[in-house]
Design a protein around this ligand. Structure first.
Ligand code: DPP
Ligand code: ZN
Length: 844
């Protein structure tokens, strides 16, 4: 397979003036007729005329009405073309019903739908399928389905056909078509300049009572983007469609967003509080792409972070505004560490803007998305809020209608602020998570803090240059009063000191407030100081972080030295949980512990070989000790934070439920699940039911609930996904692989539905002690199924290979077991390019 390089970028030699597509839908023989007007682009580099095309059966091709015979290859066609403008016409046949890769035009439960990002349009017809070729599309759909949708505005329709026109030039990856027996949940929105927009969420019959929440989220997003970024919607209609079989979360096609049904359908009975929050965020994310992604798109796929990092940043701002800013920040950092730091510290590490790839689908990663968003946050911190919005205004005016680059993006900030961002750009080009170590001195009222940055080598990048790091710092005096409010230190050197004068006493520093940069902070700190910050820090993130550091330190000592749980940590934690002036959601987060994966990486960084079983055991012991330590408090907290009255998925109610359910998890360790059974029996929403179900499973008391849950929900695919997942995540590590294998034999298991596959095989990796079981059974069951899925759905297979990415941390026996599985995958005949690239990179 061919490697594509950023440095090889060449503009396409032609401009596409307009595209007319006709679809004659039929499950295994859809005809696609394309009429495209090409004009040579003046001064473009000389090149042969090439159109992408894969898995297409060509019927005919003409240029200016004359039949031609192109040269076809696996990836497209070439042919001779006139020197002047010409009309291209082609007819091809495709088979949506047998398209299990879910890329291009495919069928899901009898409905036609498309997924074209990144390179799916070439499976629909011959086209210059690259994001810098932007054109206006007119689409005619002929089919018996009652609902026929495409991008833009509807222009005409009749019995068995509909026509759509999208006035906004767009790349082919934003093309979409949906046809099916669908029901809409309609609404309207009036934009700030008075445009009346028709809104619809389209779903399969039976799902229409799960649309109201998504619709509210859409309207809130539209309003928020006007208020905060001055961005208004630009068509007369905005459609969202829920699709059951979908590789990603959702897709921002112009005017026709297509969603994985798990990311849009919501009801209190079937969705948890976390589901509601995630759905709100994803609806916002896809809507925000209308400006950051669609109106301004990417020149090439190396620039993916241009739209994704910025749009993730925007959706996190939205969630912070709708809910709680500190809770959102803490949750985002937990995710960043769990997914992006893990990636950045392993064989799949790559820059936020990669410089080469084999398969672009493998670069829709936590690094491009989540670290990409952190870079936007750092830029905003460095230039300040006013300059940030000024730069964004300039970005929107200067680049509207463009296929832009990271250079364009940074230039806007340089022009708007007068800053030189040359050094900041290293964040886009250098992979790896910087380690930031801290040393301190205090003499004669002057406090000096010295930072040093080091980034370990990553694949292909041995040496790293220092980056600019915004370090948010506050200082507290020993009474717990803040003597220096949050101040941004701008670090640019490998090693750099900052001084603070006129202090009466040695201060306690609160460093990296709000997690102001995606780095790993190393600071020799005492547990007294951490407990002090947990009690007194005015920065909610660092208050939480102090508790997390205490917990991590205690766990590491339990694992390395066989220490008992740290009672001073338990005292500090109890004080936080007891403090009713603190947000319940914050207290629930404080009760969370570092993940098994986080502890494994920490141990590895300290020069230890992590033992997954010992890590799991230490967490169990600490949870048990916490439950005992808080045994008087837990019943009070559990009772006090029960929510009465009508269910609402808002921040207040979900925070209360999160705290009560965290208490229930600990109570279960004391009562064997008696309270959890009561909650399970009485639950009238999924948050309460699922939390109780998890407790019963973890207590080894889940058989009755497992049967009951299935019986109650067997008609609902999204709830049954939770049923699959929960049994594996909560399994005893000795049983996890066997339970996974048993569940893959369940009649409701399906390889063809990515949600169900992830709910099962993806869940195993969420039980690390089970997945990394010394027997190798976890590795074997995952590899067996990846091998089976690859011929059907390479994209989802390749993504899930990342379960193996941490293998080099482990002992030689486990490494050998994993290597055997990786080699077995690589030896499969006809292995997809997607999976081969991933496993090759991991195996190195
Ligand atoms: N649909 C995916 C997202 O919104 C890819 N663009 O991130
Ligand atoms: Zn996105």
């Amino acid at each position: 397979p061919q490697t594509i390089y950023l440095s090889d970028y060449t503009p396409f030699g032609w401009t596409v003036e307009s595209v007319h597509l006709t679809f004659r839908l039929a499950p295994t023989a859809t005809r696609v007729i394309s009429k495209i007007r090409f004009t040579p682009t003046p001064n473009a580099p000389k090149q042969a005329f090439f159109l992408h095309g894969e898995a297409l059966t060509p019927i005919r091709c003409t240029i200016d009405g004359q039949q031609i015979t192109p040269t076809f290859t696996d990836t497209g066609l070439t042919c001779d073309v006139p020197d002047t403008a010409f009309d291209w016409e082609a007819e091809v046949e495709i088979s949506p019903a047998t398209n299990t890769a879910l890329e291009g035009l495919y069928m899901s439960n009898g409905m036609y739908c498309t997924q074209c990002e990144a390179e799916g349009f070439r499976k629909i017809t011959f086209y210059p399928d690259r994001p810098d070729v932007m054109a206006t599309f007119t689409v005619r759909i002929e089919g018996a389905e009652p609902v026929l949708l495409s991008n833009g505005n509807p222009i005409a329709q009749g019995d068995g056909w509909a026509e759509w026109h999208d006035p906004w030039p767009k790349p082919a990856y934003l093309f979409a078509l949906v046809a099916g027996d669908l029901i809409n949940h309609p609404d309207r929105f009036t934009t700030q300049s008075g445009r009346d927009v028709e809104l619809n969420i389209w779903v399969r019959p039976g799902d229409q009572d799960k649309c109201a929440f998504g619709m509210e989220a859409l309207k809130k997003s539209m309003k928020w983007d006007e208020d905060v970024y001055g961005r208004e919607y630009d068509l007369d209609i905005f459609n969202i469609v829920a699709v059951d079989d979908f590789n990603m979360g959702a897709m921002e096609n112009k005017g026709l967003n297509v969603f994985n049904s798990s990311c849009v359908l919501a009801s209190p009975d079937t969705s948890t509080d976390l589901n509601f929050e995630r759905i709100e965020a994803i609806i916002a994310h896809e809507y925000f792409h209308n400006w950051t992604g669609n109106r301004i798109t990417c020149r090439d796929w190396f620039q993916l972070c241009l739209k994704e990092g910025l749009t993730v940043y925007r959706d996190s701002q939205f969630t912070a505004d709708m809910r709680s800013e500190p809770v959102k920040r803490i949750s985002d950092v937990i995710q960043l560490r769990a997914r992006q730091f893990r990636e950045d510290n392993g064989p799949l590490a790559h820059p936020v803007r990669p410089e080469s790839f084999v398969e672009i689908n493998n670069f829709y990663t936590a690094t491009v998305y989540e670290k990409g968003a952190e870079l936007i946050g750092m830029l905003k911190t460095l230039v300040g809020d006013d300059a940030y919005y000024k730069a964004l205004d300039l970005y929107f005016t200067r680049h509207d209608g463009d296929a832009a680059t990271i250079e364009d993006w940074l230039k806007v900030f340089e022009d708007a602020t007068g800053r030189d961002l040359t050094q900041f750009k290293r964040w886009y080009s250098q992979a790896g998570t910087p380690r930031l170590s801290v040393s301190e001195a205090f003499t004669d009222g002057t406090y000096t803090v010295t930072f040093r940055q080091d980034t370990p080598p990553t694949p292909g990048q041995d040496v790293k240059d220092p980056r600019v790091i915004p370090i948010a710092v506050g200082l507290l005096n020993p009474n717990g009063d803040e003597v220096l409010p949050t101040t941004i230190l701008e670090m640019t050197e490998v090693e750099q000191s900052f001084t603070f004068e006129g202090l009466a006493t040695r201060p306690v520093p609160s460093i990296l407030r709000g997690f102001s940069a995606p780095v790993i902070l190393h600071r020799d700190s005492t547990n007294e100081e951490r407990a002090f910050l947990l009690a007194h820090d005015t920065d909610p993130f660092n208050k939480w972080e102090a508790g997390r550091a205490l917990a991590r330190d205690g766990l590491i000592r339990m694992i390395r030295n066989g220490d008992a749980p740290d009672t001073s940590y338990l005292d500090s934690l109890t004080a936080v949980v007891r403090d009713d002036t603190l947000d319940p959601a914050f207290r629930a987060l404080a009760l969370g512990l570092p993940s098994q994966d986080d502890l494994a990486q920490t141990l590895f960084d300290m020069g230890n070989t992590p033992d997954p079983q010992a890590i799991w055991q230490a967490l169990e012991t600490l949870k048990q000790a916490t439950a005992q330590h808080m045994q008087d408090l837990l019943p009070r907290i559990y009772a006090q934070y029960q929510v009465d009255g009508e269910y609402a998925p808002d921040a207040a109610q979900s925070g209360a439920r999160a705290l009560a359910n965290a208490a229930l998890g600990l109570l279960t360790r004391l009562d064997g699940g008696a309270q959890a059974q009561k909650q399970y029996d009485a639950a009238d929403n999924m948050t309460q039911q699922l939390a109780a179900f998890a407790c019963l499973l973890s207590a080894g008391n889940g058989d009755a609930a497992t049967a009951d849950f299935y019986d109650q929900w067997k008609h609902d695919r999204l709830v049954i996904d939770k049923w699959f997942t929960m049994q594996i995540v909560q399994a005893d590590p000795d049983q996890a692989a066997a339970i996974t294998r048993t569940l893959t034999a369940h009649p409701d298991f399906s390889m063809k539905n990515p949600n169900r596959f992830r709910a099962t095989l993806g869940a195993l990796a969420m039980n690390p002690a089970g997945f990394h079981h010394a027997s190798g059974a976890g590795y074997a069951v995952l590899a067996d199924w990846l091998i089976q899925l690859d011929p059907l759905n390479p994209q989802t297979t390749a993504r899930m290979c990342s379960s193996f990415e941490t293998w080099k941390r482990y002992d030689p026996d486990r490494q050998a077991l994993i290597a055997t599985q990786l080699d077995r995958i690589l030896a499969q005949p006809g292995l997809s390019r997607d999976t081969r690239e991933m496993v090759d990179r991991i195996r190195k």
